[in-house]
Design a protein around this ligand. Structure first.
Ligand code: ARG
Length: 584
């Protein structure tokens, strides 16, 4: 459905066009001064500037045309030439009824069936997920839900880090420890054991040990590099061992993502495109795009107008072995070949900005992206109270499952203070606490603009009041309980009071919020929307009777408004990856 703001923009655009001006000046948006008007159009200022005329006079001409349009209840000029607009109650309630009947609940069809590939999560084999991967997962999952709702075909790829030096480090660690000699026996003819010689816990302990050993001992580092090259070249024992690492890690990661409610279409990784790398290198060499520099094969990507030095993208190191950028480049070829995306988004820590800039330039220079837009959607760090990257009390890296357990325990505590219905059993209480714990984490993360660093303050984020996930869940549950008591869901109808109009206006702008969040890749816009909606409902509920309303028509209309608020709230929370419990 067309949003009200879009419809008003069209009408205002016609008014500008009738004055011989660009219809684009007619852009109308929801007013940022709701006390003055529902909508505003600021185009007269820009139009006057362009045509070198008086903005106020320009606004008056356009306003005169709009006043003749029965759509509007109020057309007013404010300040130097802003046009303030109200629509009639009729228009607003018709729009509301359209929203209630819309199976897409107002979602804008911005995708129009185009394909977007979302690369997020990005955990590394053998390493537990840390808070950086948590942010990527939460933001990426929100974007995948939003893009789907907005009519895109979304393919999400967890893109495991499974092919770099850390694999060689682990292989040498296994060798040094003598845990599984068969994988290192060059004479062994196979088949290799089905059972992994290491568990996830083993890997978590071995990886830091191996990486420390490589740091302090150049010979170990050398061995790890050689093992990496041999793994990539296909040495059977190394491949078999590596497959165990990947499988064991995937089992752990699947559990972690499930507890967060995050799903991927593809469990690909850096290794997936190994077969494409050889031909890609040949092609880039043949076309003169890749060249040898200091023994390595590189693609120069610097441009004349670069403000900062831009190093070349290294494809093959001097000692052999491909890198992160090589697999990323080949992955573009694979994605273009298999999915024909219009857009590929990489939701990755903003510190990797330089890396993606190199990869994107190389892809564009070689035409590998085939017109697909490539975009790094970066994000800042989640910090602890000390302003440094979040750590456990003991000072270790905060693992995802520790964080979830912490937030769930906090939710449990807060729910105990809340007077939950006595008939809610132990099992349901546990489920509610889990949902509230996850909402605490996700909303805290998503409500900040993704590029800012933020301090994870569990005490504040878990509160049941203020701008928090639990508050919004609670707001939705409260509406649900009103509807349950009413025993009917009413029907949106006549709007009779300011609080009803304000709430209706928020509801009908849901599509605009979804479009803006997509355009800016900014989940915080959805968080703001949900919070404002909850406040709007709260005001409506304080000012009006619903259950005790004796006028049957009014009661039905208010229930209808409540029901639609619940639907829209649940939809937006759903996009944030937050579930609404039945009761709490
Ligand atoms: N594994 C990487 C990391 O831990 C993130 C991968 C992001 N995706 C990509 N295609 N490079 O930093």
């Amino acid at each position: 459905m067309t949003s009200l703001a879009a419809e008003l923009s069209r009408r205002a655009g016609e008014a500008f066009a009738a004055e011989g001006l660009d219809a684009g000046f007619g852009r109308v948006q929801v007013s940022d001064r709701p006390d003055l008007a529902q909508f505003q159009c600021n185009g007269a200022l820009a139009a006057a500037k362009q045509s070198k005329s008086n903005p106020r006079v320009m606004a008056e001409k356009v306003a005169a045309r709009l006043k003749a349009d029965p759509f509007f209840a109020k057309v007013e000029i404010a300040g130097p030439g802003f046009i303030n607009l109200d629509v009639t109650d009729d228009v607003l309630s018709r729009q509301l009824a359209e929203l209630a009947a819309d199976e897409k609940l107002g979602a804008p069809d911005t995708g129009q069936g185009r394909t977007a590939i979302l690369d997020f999560g990005g955990p590394n084999v053998a390493k537990p997920m840390h808070v950086g991967h948590l942010r990527s997962s939460i933001i990426g999952d929100c974007l995948q839900r939003l893009y789907r709702a907005n009519g895109w075909r979304v393919i999400s790829d967890v893109h495991l880090g499974d092919w770099g030096l850390q694999m060689g480090q682990l292989i040498t660690e296994v060798e040094v420890r003598g845990i599984a000699p068969v994988y290192f026996d060059a004479g062994f003819k196979g088949p290799y054991p089905d059972q992994s010689p290491v568990s996830m816990d083993d890997l978590e302990e071995m990886y830091p040990a191996a990486s420390a050993a490589c740091k302090s001992d150049p010979a170990r580092l050398d061995a790890a590099r050689r093992a990496t090259v041999e793994l990539q070249d296909g040495r059977p024992g190394y491949r078999a061992l590596w497959r165990h690492f990947v499988k064991v890690s995937e089992e752990g990661l699947t559990r972690e993502f499930a507890s967060l409610g995050v799903k991927f279409d593809l469990w690909n990784g850096e290794s997936t495109v190994h077969g494409l790398i050889g031909p890609m290198l040949e092609d880039l060499k043949a076309r003169g795009l890749a060249q040898i520099s200091e023994g390595a094969l590189v693609v120069p990507v610097a441009r004349e107008d670069d403000k900062k030095p831009m190093p070349p993208l290294i494809l093959v190191k001097s000692e052999g072995g491909v890198l992160y950028g090589t697999t990323d480049l080949a992955t573009i070829i694979e994605r273009v070949r298999d999915y024909h995306p219009a857009l590929i988004l990489y939701i990755v820590d903003h510190r990797q900005h330089g890396h993606f800039e190199q990869v994107f330039r190389a892809a564009q220079q070689a035409g590998l992206n085939d017109g697909a837009a490539l975009e790094h959607v970066g994000y800042g760090t989640m910090n602890g109270a000390d302003g440094k990257p979040f750590k456990t009390r003991a000072g270790g890296v905060m693992k995802l499952y520790d964080l979830i357990a912490m937030a769930t325990a906090e939710a449990q505590k807060r729910l105990a203070e809340q007077n939950l219905d006595a008939d809610i059993g132990q099992q349901e209480r546990g489920d509610i606490a889990r949902m509230v714990g996850i909402a605490t984490i996700k909303f805290a993360d998503l409500s900040n603009h993704r590029t800012t660093d933020y301090i994870f303050d569990l005490e504040r984020f878990s509160r049941f009041e203020g701008k928090t996930g639990p508050y919004l869940q609670y707001a939705a549950v409260r509406i649900r309980s009103i509807l349950r008591k009413a025993g009917e869901s009413g029907r949106v109808g006549r709007l009779a009071a300011p609080a009803e109009r304000a709430l209706a206006l928020q509801l009908v702008s849901v599509g605009d919020a979804m479009a803006a969040a997509e355009e800016k890749r900014a989940p915080n816009i959805l968080c703001d929307y949900a919070f404002t909606l909850a406040q709007g409902f709260s005001r409506f509920y304080t000012e009006h009777h619903i259950l005790s309303e004796t006028d049957a028509e009014l009661r039905a209309a208010r229930l209808g408004l409540s029901n639609l608020t619940l639907a829209v709230m649940a939809r937006i929370l759903g996009l944030l990856g937050i579930e609404v419990p039945d009761r709490m």
